[in-house]
Design a protein around this ligand. Structure first.
Ligand code: NAI
Length: 240
């Protein structure tokens, strides 16, 4: 159980992030939901978290912006008193074949998926260090482990997250802070709309179906409270 812990979830207004926020709340954690744009959705997620008798608040913040993240983390610390769990879930795709990929598409995807996680870890780790406890979970992807045609930018960012996870894990392990990653396969969300209806894609999944956001959230909740696991990547991909 996570009773009384404070969790920060980026990209928490929908999809996998919303499921993670609600899962952590269901186990007793107070939740700070960071969202990019849709305030109404973020507030709806907070309301659903609060059904579990915890405190939940929404914070608008572009995770790619170092200074905005610094301010937001300071505000969360002021509001909740501390941060125990950080889930770097915010992510975007700008797919395209490598010969056609625009420079901006590469930069944007790296900025949100990889630098965004760095920004959050950079500003939250000090708070965790002072209490010599904390858990960081980064959401990477099967694309970052085995690659995917049309996703050079996204795969690079997600593979980068694996390296970030492993180095931060080694660096912060002596301070009682864990850092792990979850690598989802194909999960039914806005990000995969249109893609997952492809029968060939479903056939490539040994379990014969796409995953649900809730199934990723279960793995995150597990790693958020694992006391002797760090630097690991846990695939949640139906056997891919
Ligand atoms: P989604 O598109 O439904 O949600 C992404 C969330 O990130 C949204 O709440 C969005 O507002 C937020 N976000 C985007 N840019 C942001 C920024 N600059 N600052 C703050 N928040 C920002 O996507 P989904 O499917 O829920 O994905 C969540 C995570 O899981 C992502 O990191 C994605 O790469 C990863 N993932 C998803 C898979 C899938 O099959 N859906 C598979 C593997 C990984």
């Amino acid at each position: 159980m996570l009773t009384g812990k404070v969790a920060v979830v980026t990209g928490g207004s929908r999809g996998i992030g919303a499921a993670i926020a609600q899962k952590l709340a269901s186990q007793g954690a107070n939740v700070a939901v960071i969202y990019a744009g849709n305030q109404e959705l973020a507030h709806q997620v907070c309301d659903r978290c609060q059904d579990h008798a915890v405190t939940a608040r929404a914070y608008r913040c572009n995770v790619a912006d170092f200074d905005q993240v610094k301010e937001t983390v300071a505000q969360i610390k002021a509001d909740f008193g501390t941060i125990d769990i950080l889930v770097n879930n915010a992510g975007i795709t700008r797919d395209g074949l490598i010969l056609m990929m625009k420079e901006e598409a590469f930069d944007e995807v790296l900025d949100v998926n990889l630098k965004g996680a760095f920004n959050l870890i950079r500003h939250c780790a000090g708070i965790m260090l002072r209490k010599k406890a904390g858990a960081i979970v980064n959401i990477t992807s099967v694309s970052g482990l085995v690659g995917n045609p049309g996703q050079a930018n996204y795969s690079a960012a997600k593979a980068g997250l694996v390296g970030l996870t492993k180095s931060v894990a080694r660096e912060l392990a002596p301070k009682g802070i864990t850092c792990n990653a979850v690598a989802p396969g194909f999960i039914e969300t806005d990000m995969t709309r249109g893609l997952i209806d492809n029968p060939d894609l479903v056939k490539s999944i040994p379990m014969g179906r796409v995953g649900q956001a809730e199934e990723v959230a279960e793995a995150v909740a597990f790693l958020a409270q694992a006391s002797y696991i760090t630097g690991q990547v846990l695939p949640v991909d139906g056997g891919m």
